[in-house]
Design a protein. Structure first.
Length: 451
C-alpha cells in the first residue's frame, strides 16, 4: 500500500508536515518556558517593590501580607543574615540568603533550591536603609519556579493538537489523492477490458481535472488511431490476398492445363501467359515490401537533390510512349532519398501514361518555402469525389482497370507514403483537363536544412 503512488505521496506529505509541526512545537515550548520564567521573575520583583514602597511611605501594617498577583513568600533579613520578619508562608523557614546579606550585597536576583523548601524558587531581594526592623535589612520575595506539570501543560496540549492535525493531514492527503486517482483507475480498468471489448471501446473522459481529462482524451485518440491502423491493416491484408489470389489461380490453372495436354502440344503461348502472371505477382510483392518499409519508417540515406535534375533524368530514361514536355526551374533543392523520390516521379509518370491522350507536362518550381513537382496529363481526369480514394491501397478506378488490368493499385499509395516520410504532401489539384498530381516537399534554404 505504501509503495504505491498514493502511499508515497501520503508518506511524503505527512513527513514534511511532521517536520514543520515539530519545529513549531519546539518554538512554542521555548516560548512557554520563557513566558513562565518571566512571569515568576516579575511576580517576585513586583512583591519586593510593593513591600519596599510601603516601608518607605511608612505603611507598616500588614506590610508582608500578600496582595493579588503577588507571591506569598516574603522574608526580611537583618544585616547579620538573621530572619527579622517573614510572611506566614515562610514561618519557621531558615534565612534564604544569609551569606549574601552578610556580604553586604545590595540586590539579589537568581534561582535557588534550598533543602528546606520542597521546590526551586526564584529569589528577588533588595536592601532597605530604614525599616521597622532596623536599618540595612534585606527584603526578599521568592516564587516557586514552574514545575514540569504546569510549565509544559500548554505545549503538551499543543502537542496533542498537532498530532491530531498530523493525522488529519494524513487522512486528507490519502483521501484526496485517492479521489484524484479514481479516474486513472477507471481508465486502467477500461483498458484492461479491451481484449474482451475490442479496440472500438473508449475510456471514460472525466469532466474534473484538466490533466486527467487530457490523459483520457489522449488515450482515446491513440486508441482511435490504433483502431484505424488495425482496420487499414485488415483491409490491406484482405486486398493483398485478393490481388495475389487472382494471378496465382490463373497461373495454377495454366500449369494444370499444360500438364493435361498431350505430347507435342504448343505450350509456348501458355508459358508466356504464366510468365506475365508471375511478373505481376513479382510487382505486387515488390510494392508490398516497399509499403512495409515505409510503414516501419526504416531509415534510409538521404542527400541533397536538385529536383529539376532528377525530373530531367527520369523523363529522359523513359521510353517515348506519350510526349512529355518539361518546365523545370533550376536550383530547387530538397533533402530525400534519390531512389525513393525517383520512384515517386516514376509512379506518377506511369499513371499519367495510362490515362494521357496526347501529352504529359512535368513542372518543377518554388512556391514559398516549398518545392513543387507537378505531373499533368490530358486524359479524362479523376472525379473530385474519388481523388482521395485513388491513394488507398489496392484501390483502382474502373478506367484504370480497363486501361491496365495488370496494375497493382499500389503505385499512388506508395508515392504518397514517400512524400509524407519526407515531410511533404501529394494530392490531386484542379485542372482544366486531365489529372494534375502535385507533390510538395520542404525546400532547402541555401543548400542547408529544410525551412
Amino acid at each position: 500500500m505504501f509503495f504505491t503512488v498514493r502511499g508515497r505521496a501520503t508518506v511524503t506529505t505527512v513527513a514534511a508536515s511532521a517536520v514543520i509541526l515539530g519545529l513549531v512545537f519546539v518554538l512554542l515550548m521555548l516560548l512557554a518556558r520563557e513566558w513562565a520564567e518571566s512571569n515568576v521573575w516579575r511576580k517576585s520583583e513586583r512583591t519586593v517593590e510593593r513591600v519596599v514602597t510601603d516601608i518607605v511611605r511608612g505603611r507598616y501594617e500588614d506590610v508582608l501580607a500578600p496582595r493579588p498577583d503577588e507571591t506569598p513568600m516574603v522574608q526580611v533579613l537583618g544585616p547579620d543574615g538573621a530572619v527579622v520578619a517573614e510572611s506566614a508562608e515562610l514561618s519557621g523557614v531558615p534565612p534564604l540568603a544569609a551569606e549574601d546579606v552578610r556580604k553586604d550585597r545590595m540586590l539579589l536576583d537568581r534561582s535557588i533550591c534550598p533543602e528546606f523548601l520542597d521546590e526551586c524558587v526564584w529569589m528577588f531581594g533588595t536592601r532597605v536603609r530604614t525599616s521597622p526592623w532596623g536599618p540595612g535589612v534585606m527584603v526578599i520575595a521568592v516564587t516557586p519556579e514552574p514545575t514540569l506539570l504546569n510549565v509544559w501543560l500548554l505545549p503538551l496540549g499543543l502537542a496533542l493538537i498537532m498530532l491530531a492535525l498530523l493525522a488529519l493531514i494524513a487522512w486528507w492527503t490519502w483521501h484526496t489523492i485517492g479521489r484524484t486517482f479514481v479516474p486513472v483507475d477507471e481508465i486502467r480498468a477500461e483498458m484492461a477490458e479491451f481484449s474482451a471489448r475490442g479496440l472500438g471501446h473508449r475510456v471514460p473522459v472525466p469532466q474534473a481535472g484538466v490533466r486527467i481529462q487530457a490523459l483520457a482524451e489522449t488515450v482515446n485518440a491513440t486508441l482511435e488511431r490504433l483502431e484505424e491502423a488495425t482496420e487499414r491493416e485488415r483491409r490491406f491484408i484482405s486486398d493483398a490476398s485478393h490481388d495475389l489470389r487472382n494471378p496465382l489461380a490463373a497461373l495454377q490453372m495454366q500449369l494444370e492445363t499444360a500438364l493435361g495436354e498431350p505430347d507435342g502440344f504448343e505450350w509456348r503461348p501458355m508459358v508466356e501467359a504464366a510468365l506475365r502472371d508471375t511478373r505481376r505477382l513479382n510487382d505486387i510483392v515488390v510494392d508490398l515490401l516497399e509499403l512495409s518499409r515505409l510503414d516501419s519508417r526504416a531509415p534510409v540515406p538521404v542527400e541533397r537533390i536538385d529536383l529539376a535534375g532528377l525530373a530531367r533524368r527520369e523523363v529522359e530514361r523513359r521510353p517515348l510512349r506519350i510526349p512529355i514536355t518539361t518546365d523545370l526551374e533550376p536550383g530547387v533543392l530538397v533533402r530525400a532519398n534519390p531512389v525513393r523520390l525517383a520512384r515517386v516521379l516514376g509512379n506518377l509518370l506511369s499513371n499519367a501514361e495510362r490515362h494521357a491522350t496526347d501529352r504529359i507536362q512535368v513542372t518543377v518550381a518554388r512556391d514559398g518555402d516549398e518545392a513543387v513537382l507537378e505531373v499533368l496529363d490530358d486524359g479524362s481526369g479523376v472525379p473530385e469525389e474519388a481523388r482521395e480514394r485513388v491513394f488507398e491501397r489496392f484501390a483502382r478506378l474502373r478506367e484504370s482497370r480497363n486501361r491496365d488490368p495488370q496494375g497493382t493499385g499500389l503505385g499512388l499509395p506508395i508515392a504518397r507514403e514517400i512524400a509524407e516520410v519526407y515531410g511533404g504532401t501529394l494530392r490531386i489539384a484542379d485542372s482544366p483537363r486531365g489529372a494534375r498530381f502535385v507533390l510538395r516537399l520542404p525546400l532547402l534554404k541555401n543548400g542547408g536544412s529544410p525551412r
